[in-house]
Design a protein around this ligand. Structure first.
Ligand SMILES: *[C@@H]1O[C@H](CO)[C@@H](O)[C@H](O)[C@H]1NC(C)=O
Ligand SMILES: *[C@@H]1O[C@H](CO)[C@@H](O)[C@H](O)[C@H]1NC(C)=O
Length: 476
């Protein structure tokens, strides 16, 4: 029982295997025969329809594989596509039963008629021939032709919002010679296939909708169909933020600080000019990659605005420097400026002049002290006037003591000497006072300059901040 069963199964397997081998060999032979029969009197030059009034339908499907390059400057998109075209050839049909169930063959595409579908908005200078890949020919005449293609298509690039821009690139396919009554074009799906897309580092693909357009020129002429795939791209802006925007923002925040720099350092103007030069370098970098269109990109506007700001700040710095170096010969600070700038603005802007806050009270005391030396005063008041400066205090007390002595003793020679000394001292005091007055005039101008500087520093700081916020608000 067991033996007979295995024998039967063995026999069956042997029989099946031999039969399979027979089919295989027959298949190859039948394919040869089929090929011979099909192409005996076939011409690939003519549109394969039985009735020339009938339209031949071509279905087009695009698979986007890769975006190779997007050249904004020359407005060319280079993409790697797979183009699938499906049509029906009325002369390449056969009866499967006559060829032992053979239902499809693969043959070189240049043997059959091919629709002359081309990319209308091609931007390639060399004429690229269609790739000679195989087509799949089915028994009912359906031909499927898959061909890879590297397309260079022109694409209107709008860089207004660069680097936060989105682009739309059209890929328009249509027949070059046949009109819509001879070859009609359809899109297989309502969008391009993105399932095999290799992610691009610079562009994010948001979709690839496809629409069929039929254009007829004039009233009674033939329609010209085309299928347009619109590639929706969104720029990944991180690269540009890191390389173009952040350095510029950082540099522009330095610009208001040129007002904070002390005028005595002599670096105020050179700081402004250095910042201006740095901005120019970035501006050039952006200008190099952008098309020379009238749409100035967002980042370009930011650069221009920043550069204008820095130019203005440098010009203002130069003017403020002039105020700062108003010397002793200058007019005194006008009354209104004294009130507006020195009184209110300095308080508003927290300009605490270091020299001012610690020097001014002492200066008043010294002035009093000098006048008091000139006209003798009672000892008691002199003591209150005496400041911490010990040596000066001793001089004053010594002088007054000797003057008192002069009155009591009435010593002529000594008295004359002291009077001469007192005159000399008075002269020195006067000189000193004039010097002080001149100096205080100069330092008042210096303080005016400082307050103006501080005012512009805040104004420019706020302007830079607002501009930065405005450009960052554009990023989404
Ligand atoms: C081509 O497509 C049109 C519209 O879908 C259809 O009416 C016509 O029959 C098709 N022609 C052939 C030959 O399949
Ligand atoms: C791209 O194609 C679509 C659909 O045909 C059309 O609406 C759009 O205007 C085209 N864009 C350009 C820039 O030609």
């Amino acid at each position: 029982m067991n033996w007979s069963c295995s024998c039967i199964s063995f026999c069956w397997i042997y029989f099946a295997a031999s039969r399979l081998r027979v089919v295989e060999t027959a298949d190859g032979k039948y394919a040869q025969k089929l090929f011979h029969d099909l192409f005996e009197d076939y011409s690939n030059a003519l549109r394969p329809v039985e009735d020339t009034d009938k339209v031949l339908n071509v279905t087009l499907q695009i698979t986007l594989s890769q975006i190779k390059d997007m050249d904004e400057r020359n407005q060319v998109l280079t993409a790697y596509l797979w183009v699938r075209q499906i049509w029906h050839d009325a002369y390449l049909t056969w009866d499967r039963d006559q060829y032992d169930g053979l239902d499809s063959i693969r043959i070189p595409s240049d043997l059959v008629w091919r629709p002359d579908i081309v990319l209308y908005n091609k931007a390639d200078d060399e004429s690229s021939e269609p790739v000679n890949t195989n087509v799949v020919l089915r028994y009912d005449g359906l031909i499927t032709w898959d061909a890879p293609a590297i397309t260079k298509s022109s694409c209107v690039v709008d860089v207004t919002y660069f680097p936060f821009d989105s682009q739309q690139c059209n890929l328009t396919f249509g027949s070059w010679t046949y009109n819509g009554n001879q070859v009609d074009l359809f899109n297989a799906l309502d969008s391009g296939d993105l399932s095999d897309f290799i992610e691009d580092v610079e562009w994010e693909v948001r979709g690839m909708p496809a629409v069929k357009n039929v254009i007829s020129y004039g009233c009674c002429s033939e329609p010209y169909p085309d299928v347009t795939f619109t590639l929706l791209l969104k720029r990944r802006s991180a690269f540009y933020i890191v390389n173009l925007l952040v350095p510029c923002v950082l540099i522009s925040f330095l610009a208001p600080l040129s007002f904070y720099l002390p005028a005595a350092s002599g670096e105020k103007v050179s700081l402004g000019v250095t910042i201006l030069l740095a901005m120019t370098v970035f501006q050039l970098m952006v200008a190099e990659i952008m098309p020379a269109s009238e749409n100035v990109p967002l980042i370009g506007k930011y650069y221009i605005a920043t550069m204008a700001l820095i130019t203005a700040s440098t010009a203002l710095t130069i003017m403020v420097m002039n105020i700062h170096f108003c010397g002793a010969e200058a007019r005194p600070v006008p009354r209104w400026a004294r009130v507006v700038i020195l009184k209110y603005m300095s308080r508003l802007l927290f300009v605490y002049d270091v020299g001012d806050s610690c020097l001014r009270p002492r200066r008043h005391r010294e002035q009093d002290h000098l006048t008091e030396v000139y006209c003798p005063l009672p000892e008691s008041r002199l003591k209150t006037v005496r400041n911490k400066d010990l040596s000066r205090g001793e001089d004053v007390s010594g002088l007054s003591k000797s003057e008192r002595g002069c009155h009591s003793k009435a010593d002529g020679g000594d008295c004359a000497r002291y009077a001469a000394l007192a005159r000399n001292i008075a002269y020195i005091a006067k000189c000193l006072k004039d010097h002080r007055a001149a100096h205080s005039k100069g330092s008042e101008w210096k303080k005016v300059a400082k307050v103006i500087d501080r005012f512009f520093m805040w104004v420019f700081f706020i302007m830079v901040l607002v501009m930065t916020v405005l450009i960052i608000a554009r990023a989404d």
